[in-house]
Design a binder for this molecule. Structure first.
Ligand SMILES: C[S@@+](CC[C@H](N)C(=O)[O-])C[C@H]1O[C@@H](n2cnc3c(N)ncnc32)[C@H](O)[C@@H]1O
Length: 151
């Protein structure tokens, strides 16, 4: 993931102008989109830092493709060859409880920024989707019929 682009406080445009502020270690920083138009902004940042900048009930739709947490030295078959499933440190499982906490943290934040009539789409594999589904129910999301996915 690319490092967030940091700009000085004086240059902050604020969330309404599609920039946003990050308060971390007593340093006021601002996250800028990597691309923006008058009604669209694309960020490449830690999603938790970014979502923290948005007010409650702010967005209509979230599409999330969170880490599947399957990079624990397993193998899969690709074009007839055994290949490692490891994708990177960010995809390593830390065990059931920590993985559940990880998913709960980002899903709670999504719930906070989603409008009550908003929609969330979550993409996953068997390694992650049941925990996410459990948490969506725990956090009182209304579930609709899932979209079948191909692998
Ligand atoms: C299952 S992959 C999704 C891949 C994506 N759909 C694509 O086609 O590139 C999960 C992605 O989440 C990113 N990621 C992990 N932790 C993140 C975080 N805290 N904030 C934002 N992205 C994160 C990883 O770098 C990885 O690219």
């Amino acid at each position: 993931m690319k490092k967030p682009q940091i700009i000085e406080k004086e240059q902050n445009k604020g969330v309404e102008n599609l920039g946003c502020h990050v308060e971390k270690q007593d340093i006021q920083r601002s996250i800028r989109p990597i691309y923006k138009t008058s009604d669209f902004a694309l960020y490449n940042n830690d999603c938790l830092e970014l979502m923290a900048q948005f007010p409650d009930n702010y967005v209509d739709m979230i599409f999330a493709d969170p880490p599947y947490l399957l990079s624990n030295n397993g193998f899969t078959c690709q074009n007839g060859q055994m290949v490692s499933v490891n994708k990177g440190k960010w995809d390593k499982s830390k065990g059931f409880d920590d993985d559940l906490k990880f998913h709960e943290t980002w899903i709670k934040e999504c719930k906070r920024i989603l409008k009550p009539e908003g929609t969330i789409w979550v993409s996953g594999t068997y390694h992650s989707i049941y925990q996410c589904g459990f948490l969506l129910q725990k956090l009182n999301f209304h579930l609709s019929v899932p979209v079948p996915a191909s692998v």
